[in-house]
Ligand binder design. Sequence first.
Ligand code: SF4
Length: 300
Amino acid sequence: MRAYNIWPSFPSISISGTACALNCRHCNGVYLRFMEGHTKPEGFLAAAKEHMKRGAKGFLISGGCDLDGKMLNLPEFLPAIKELHDTGAIIKLHTGFADEKLAADIADSVDIASMEAVGDNETIQEIFHLNSGVEKYIETFQNLKKAGVKYIAPHIAAGLHYGQLKGEFRALEHLKEVGPSTISIIVFSPTKGTEMEGVPAPEAEVVEAVVRRARRLFPKTHIILGALRPRGPATGVDSDKRIAIELAALNGGISGIEMPSASFMEEVKRKGMKIKRIEAYGVLPLEYENMVKNYLESEK
Ligand code: SF4
């Protein structure tokens, strides 16, 4: 079991500041407030280089989207992202929708491309406010693959459709053609300040079902439980629910977890599994692990 601690080695940066035109119901731009925001490539590059001087190994680069689901400011930022990448920083980019040209530029500038995988048109239209469909997501993954992005790490939000299971299995089916390096299962969190703050978080069984299906379809792929999940009062759940979700993901067959609780780690030890602690995000390619701090828990 790989246990990931993301901060401070891998800061998250928004390249649109707090701006987002999509205003998805589960987020309403709130997630952007938790990220370091930049709107000018020069300021972004200078700040990122400062982070590197202070010990950062890489970055998650994300931001808000326009009404068509494209990442705001991305074409203008890509040369700066490439320059940062060329200094040795490990870059994971949330791509948004990407056509062939954008995908080719992305392939030149990042290590890991990450994108939501969604398998239901109603979710796409109602939750993401996108006048689009499942095929658009598939097209982006295909474009990234064709462009030669080596590590494609999709994330699937379990229970995003008002806490219920809906298009998750279909999204996983579509990923078979992508050949993902890692699959990140995240979980809908009723986040304060969003339209869906009053919607209950999914039951642990929903999370287990999604992870189990992912494991069945991708027996050899690294599957993680991502940090974006109900993890305490700010995300609308108590610690019992947090632990129930983590243990359900463990039962389903994850091989990694970001920001695990102490109870989760105890259960992993009780099962006799080896634990590798890694100072990075969970989609870090396994071949990159010697570039970051890591150790076997038994050898601490
Ligand atoms: S596009 Fe991203 S940042 Fe904007 S509201 Fe949706 S999830 Fe939040």
